[in-house]
Design a protein around this ligand. Structure first.
Ligand SMILES: [Zn+2]
Length: 319
């Protein structure tokens, strides 16, 4: 199956042409954060047309469009149900109607982290596993679940996609979701500068030379032996590991796949979380494996074919 795939992120959208387990070609469109989703769609259509032309393909060669979106999505009704600080007009847009009109193809939308899990399950680090939790550590924290080979969705399409919003500290920071002390509010890219700013002794730390500390700087200064950086890194690792234990207790996975930009430091993160989970999670059946994601930024795009196939299976069952 050939599919058009798009991954709508906060500052960019990546369009790709996918054939089964292969990403044929992709291109990233820079997007001004303030712009609406509607204003981005013409560039998306142009990019798909250009990519298809470069592969000597026509739009009719594709089975459909699979779209990943960083927000709450009900894929069964094809709508974005809530956004989180970007693309505020998205809940009012019928993307399937737009796609059929503009590209002549049906479109299916899903939460971007769920699509990345489909990709990692189809052809990445979770290949061959039916019960998987995927955690994405980045600006936010994604946490999604697949149980018995199916994405978990639930009554309001919110099940198994808010893993980063499991509270780990009830006295913690207020999260963008409105809750207190979510893993995302304690150890994500957006909250790290706030954690650093409040850390005792930070003014004497190597971290004080940066305008804004990201995980890259935090891990680099930790490796150089800065004691404040090491302490903050340890706190982040413990937040992620506690979050992972919560996800194991919630979803009973065989494997946890961890992705996101911070996985450039996978050599530190994976062994720590694996050891913590194997020590603290209640799994009398055995040990949960922890692995780094294999597909990087392409994971969501490579979830396109399983997402569209899921629709076909559903339609066959309904007809
Ligand atoms: Zn939250």
């Amino acid at each position: 199956m050939k599919a058009l795939a798009i991954d709508f992120g906060g500052s960019h959208a990546t369009c790709g042409l996918v054939e089964d387990r292969t990403l044929l070609l992709s291109e990233t469109i820079d997007i001004d954060r303030a712009r609406s989703l509607a204003s981005v769609l013409p560039a998306v259509a142009d990019t798909f047309l250009d990519l298809a032309r470069r592969q000597s393909l026509a739009l009719k060669d594709f089975s459909g469009v699979a779209a990943g979106f960083a927000g709450l999505v009900d894929s069964r009704i094809g709508r974005i149900t809530a956004t989180n600080g970007k693309y505020e007009d998205a809940t009012a847009i019928d993307l399937d109607a737009w796609s059929r009109k503009t590209l002549g193809l049906p479109l299916r939308i899903e939460n971007d982290a769920r699509m990345a899990l489909l990709g990692e399950s189809f052809t990445g680090a979770a290949s061959g596993f039916t019960d998987v939790v995927m955690i994405t550590l980045g600006t936010g924290i994604g946490g999604v679940a697949m149980i018995e080979g199916k994405l978990l969705r639930g009554k309001h399409a919110q099940a198994g996609c808010l893993g980063g919003h499991l509270p780990v500290l009830f006295t913690g920071r207020t999260c963008t979701c409105g809750a207190i002390g979510c893993a995302e509010a304690e150890a994500s890219g957006w909250c790290l500068p706030l954690v650093v700013k409040d850390w005792p002794g930070v003014t004497h730390s190597a971290l004080s030379k940066y305008n804004e500390v990201g995980f890259k700087e935090l891990f680099e200064e930790s490796a150089r032996g800065d004691s404040v950086a090491i302490a903050i890194r340890a706190r982040c690792l413990n937040v992620w590991a506690a979050n992972a234990v919560g996800l194991v207790h919630s979803f009973d996975p065989e494997i946890i796949v961890i992705g996101g930009g911070v996985m450039k430091s996978a050599n530190v993160i994976i062994p720590y979380i694996e050891e913590y989970v194997q020590k603290y999670a209640w799994t009398p059946w055995g040990k949960v494996q922890v692995r780094a994601a294999a597909l990087g930024n392409s994971a969501a795009l490579l979830g396109a074919v399983p997402l569209l196939s899921e629709t076909e299976t559903l339609h066959r069952q309904l007809s």
